[in-house]
Structures are given as structure tokens and as C-alpha cells.
Design a protein around this ligand. Structure first.
Ligand code: F6P
Length: 523
């Protein structure tokens, strides 16, 4: 692997640039100790790869290791441009401000956010580094798409450097209501940072509404439907950009910025393809056998994160075992909890709590032949995940707050047999689309227990009816559709952008009215 600290080659070469905190690859080491990179399992890269290839694109991001000076390299036809982070920046920008301030704040303060000025300072420095790199690599008039909450200042920083660019931003996590957001000492700077983009995408209509409300409250800008009029202060911006400039009531030039929902999805076809493979189906049978062939296998798959409601799920299952409603000989829960952000205290505490609870439930209700909860603190390759999805009669997604929750969509995409029941939290973005899931409020433990029992006892015909409807949605609105709808909004004219559109198709009149109402209510 080449390694030096040089600045990026290819200045001004790329027509399409994606900027995200992490590069879409994971570092692996072979048996002889040689390092290389492997495409990470997420769907974002699958969706963007064709666009990247066609537009000669570059992807800017961190490799995931501190003090790593890997040079730009090509992987599967995509130019990857690493951004260097020092160990101090990993601590303050990534673990600190991104994951101990913004993450809990944006997830409705499920855990208390910590506010530290030195974390903020590091966030500014690192965001500027990402913006500088994008400004350096983008060709004249290029499109730059910035991803997620770690990089919210990049759109404004980039526009200041390169007013000729078309800039998109997509927020993968929720955007909180103003009453919560307003806690943030740097709330105005973040809003201004985001407004540097031409299109700001959110997972849910309510998130877009919360953002527009914060813009009105903090900056007093006018918003109409999904369009925000942002006054232009800088002359260079007016002359540098040929697009989206209008004149405000006071005669000042304005940029029309769009803030609306674009619910993200997965590469649904690839999940179905895997699920149809005989070896993966055989593995699913083997998993059930390994669990002692219980009548019902329930499954939870999450990053080990306090937003995922793993504790609530365990509590409900533990109570069902305690009151004898379900028998450990009949029902097993498999909980995959993949390691995440392990140096952040809140994550360390969560792991202790979850593992204590699992140990207690297993100790109290397990038998020699049957374990109540099969707990796995690992990440698994996609093949194994699909085998688990096929093996699971009931999938439990009980997030307390979640931008989307792609696991819910992966389960649905894998169940080509129309089997399986999805129990889905109404606080996950996916519940807006997967309307025939058994939707639950995970805080309501009695309600959650009832939903679990309903899922266990659900007749096959009802399972199939519910699953078919969800599969249709996931197959039609896949990740390719998501990225193309975002990019077409980004590159279309300001007149088009002014229309309040649904994400991926023209809404009926009543849907459009409902969307408008939801935006209004969220204000
Ligand atoms: O969408 C939320 C997110 O933070 C992504 O930005 C990221 O790819 C994923 O979760 C995993 O988080 P991390 O990069 O902190 O391990």
C-alpha cells in the first residue's frame, strides 16, 4: 500500500465527488500480513458505483485508522482519496463531537450529549480539511455530494471555496425537533453550514420539517414547502454560480435551497439473489439445527448502539419467559450486536448492561438443551446475515430512534418466500414505508410483548400478505432509485426544485397535501 503525506494528485479532475467520513472500504490483512482494502458491505457504494464510473468520480473519506497516510488509490474502478486524521482528531472530531455530541442529540437525547469546545474546534478543523480536499479535486461546475452528520460544515466551506459547484448533502440520521436541537451551542453554525448545499436530503418528512423550522427560528429565512430562500452575501457567489439565483422581496439575490425527504434503501435484488442460493438456504437450516430446532427463531441485528432499543427487546422477551407465555424450549432469540464506537463511554456502558441482561435471562430460563438468547458480539459477512434472515421467523427492530434502519429492509428483501414477520419500531424511518410490519412503540413493553406474541402466532396467510406488500416497496424503491432521485433533484432547475415532490414518484394530490401538512405540523 502506498503511503506518504502528499496532497491529492488529480487537481480539478473529477466531475462527481462523494465526501463521507469513512471511505467505502475496509482495511484487511492477508495471511502473510499484507494489507489491502475490501469494499465495505453498505449499500451506498453499490448505489453510487455506476454513477462514479460514468462520471469519472472520486470518493473522499477517512480510512478508519488514526495517523494513516495512505495515498489516493483506485478500488473497483473508483478513485478513493483518503483524508488523514490524527489520533487527537479521532478522539475529538469523531468519537467526541460526532458520536458523543451530535449522535445522542440528533437521536432525541436518548443518552446525554456532551458539549466540549475543544471537540467543536476539532470538528471545524476536520470539516475544513474535507472541504479543501473536495475543492481541490472537483472539476469546473462539478457535482459534490456530502454525506452525513460528521460533515455538516462542509457544504458552506466548499461553496466559499468553489461557488461554481453543485453541492448536495444527505443526512443519514434523524434531525431533531427544535426544542432539542436548540441545546447545541453551535446550532447556528451547523445550520449555516448545511445551507451551503443546493439540496439537503433527510430520511423522513418530519426531519426536513424540523430542519426548516430551525432555519426560520435561528436565521429568520423564508421557507415555502420544501424550498428555503437563502440570501447571498458574497458577490463572487452570484457571478460564480449560474444556477438557482432568484431575487428576494427586498431585491437581494437569493439561492433556492431544497430540504426534503429522500428515504434511503438497500440493493434489494442482491439480497434476494443471495437468499435464493441453495448453499445459503442450507446454512439457514444449519443455524436452526444449531439452535436445537426451536419452533420459533426470533432475530435482532444491530450495531451495539443505545439508539437500537436492544435492552427494551430483551426486557420484553425476558418477561414473556418469566410469566410462562413463551417457553424456552419453543422460542429462541438470536441477537447479533456488532461492535461499534468502542472507545466512547456510553457504548462501553451499554455493552456492560446488555451483556449483564443476556447473562441473567439465560441463567434464569435456559435449559441444558436450549439457550434463551444466543448473543453474538461480532459483525458477519452479508452471506451469513442472509442465512440468519432466512432462519428467522420473527425479526425484531425496536429502535428508540433511527434514521432509517436498513436491517428491516434487508430482512424483507431476503424473504422471497414471503415468510417471516417483521416487528418494527414506529421510531425507525423504515416504518414510514413498511406499513404492513407489526409496528410497535418500543417504550411500551406490554405493547411490545403483545406484538411478539402476535408475530409468533400469525397465520401463514397473513404473514405472506404483509410480507408481499413490504417486498413490493423495497424492490421498487431500492438504493439505486434513492441515489438517482437525489441526484436528479440536485441537477434539475430551480423551478422544478420549487415543487414539493415526494421522494421517488409523483405523489397523488392527497399525498402531496399530506406531506405539506406533515411539514407544517413538524414546524
Ligand atoms: O448513518 C450513521 C453512521 O454514522 C454512518 O455515517 C456510518 O457509516 C455508520 O453509521 C457506522 O458508524 P461509524 O462510521 O461511526 O462506525
Amino acid at each position: 500500500m502506498p503511503s506518504s503525506d502528499s496532497s491529492a494528485p488529480f487537481p480539478g479532475e473529477f466531475d462527481f465527488v462523494v465526501v463521507s467520513n469513512r471511505l467505502p472500504v475496509d482495511r484487511i490483512t492477508d495471511d502473510d500480513g499484507n494489507p489491502s482494502f475490501r469494499t465495505s458491505p453498505g449499500g451506498l457504494v453499490t448505489a453510487l458505483e455506476p454513477v462514479m464510473r460514468e462520471a469519472d468520480g472520486a470518493w473522499i473519506g477517512w480510512t478508519g485508522s488514526a495517523d494513516d497516510h495512505t495515498e489516493p488509490f483506485e478500488h473497483d474502478g473508483v478513485h478513493l482519496i483518503p483524508v488523514h486524521l490524527t489520533a487527537d482528531e479521532v478522539e475529538k472530531y469523531y468519537e467526541g463531537f460526532s458520536n458523543d455530541t451530535l449522535w445522542p442529540l440528533y437521536h432525541d437525547v436518548i443518552a446525554p450529549p456532551a458539549y466540549h469546545r475543544e471537540w467543536w474546534e476539532s470538528y471545524v478543523v476536520v470539516n475544513q480539511r474535507f472541504a479543501d480536499r473536495a475543492a481541490e479535486l472537483a472539476s469546473e461546475g462539478a457535482t459534490v455530494w456530502v454525506q452525513d452528520y460528521q460533515l455538516q460544515l462542509v457544504p458552506k466551506m466548499l461553496r466559499e471555496l468553489r461557488p461554481d459547484l453543485t453541492i448536495g448533502f444527505f443526512n443519514h440520521i434523524p434531525f431533531p425537533a427544535y426544542g432539542i436541537y436548540s441545546q447545541l451551542p453551535w446550532r447556528t453554525q451547523i445550520i449555516e453550514g448545511l445551507l451551503g448545499a443546493d439540496v439537503i436530503g433527510f430520511q423522513r418528512t418530519a426531519d426536513a420539517g424540523n430542519f426548516s423550522r430551525a432555519v426560520r427560528r435561528l436565521l429568520g429565512y423564508q421557507t415555502k414547502g420544501t424550498v428555503i430562500d437563502v440570501p447571498i452575501e458574497d458577490e463572487a457567489e452570484v457571478s460564480g454560480s449560474s444556477r438557482r439565483i432568484t431575487t428576494g422581496r427586498d431585491g437581494r439575490p437569493m439561492r433556492a435551497v431544497v430540504a426534503r425527504s429522500f428515504p434511503i434503501s438497500i440493493d434489494a435484488a442482491s439480497y434476494e439473489q443471495l437468499a435464493r442460493r441453495p448453499d445459503i438456504q442450507a446454512r439457514a437450516r444449519e443455524i436452526r439445527e444449531g439452535l436445537g430446532n426451536p419452533k420459533v427463531v426470533m432475530l435482532g441485528v444491530d450495531r451495539l448502539d443505545y439508539t437500537k432499543g436492544i435492552g427494551h427487546r430483551l426486557k420484553a422477551f425476558g418477561e414473556l419467559l418469566a410469566d410462562g407465555t413463551v417457553d424456552v424450549e419453543d422460542v429462541t432469540l438470536v441477537q447479533v450486536a456488532s461492535p461499534s464506537r468502542e472507545r466512547v463511554t456510553a457504548y462501553q456502558q451499554l455493552r456492560d448492561e446488555i451483556e449483564l441482561t443476556v447473562g441473567r435471562i439465560n441463567g434464569d430460563y435456559g435449559t441444558i438443551s436450549h439457550t434463551a438468547i444466543s448473543y453474538l458480539h461480532h459483525g458477519y459477512p452479508r452471506e451469513e446475515m442472509v442465512a440468519l434472515y432466512l432462519a428467522a421467523d420473527v425479526m425484531l427492530v425496536t429502535a428508540l430512534r433511527d434514521g432509517m434502519n436498513l436491517v428491516a429492509k434487508e430482512y424483507v428483501a431476503s424473504r422471497f418466500d414471503n415468510g417471516g414477520v417483521l416487528v418494527l419500531s414506529e421510531f425507525a424511518g423504515a416504518s414510514d414505508e413498511l406499513r404492513t410490519a407489526l409496528r410497535v412503540n418500543p417504550h411500551d413493553i406490554e405493547g411490545l410483548k403483545e406484538a411478539v406474541l402476535q408475530a409468533i402466532d400469525m397465520p401463514a396467510s397473513e404473514r405472506a400478505r404483509r410480507m408481499r406488500a413490504m417486498r413490493k416497496r423495497v424492490q421498487e424503491y431500492d438504493v439505486a432509485r434513492w441515489s438517482s432521485s437525489f441526484l436528479s433533484a440536485l441537477t434539475s432547475s430551480s423551478d422544478d426544485l420549487a415543487l414539493p415532490k415526494s421522494t421517488v414518484r409523483t405523489p397523488t394530490r392527497s399525498e402531496a397535501r399530506a406531506e405539506e401538512r406533515a411539514v407544517e405540523e413538524a414546524r
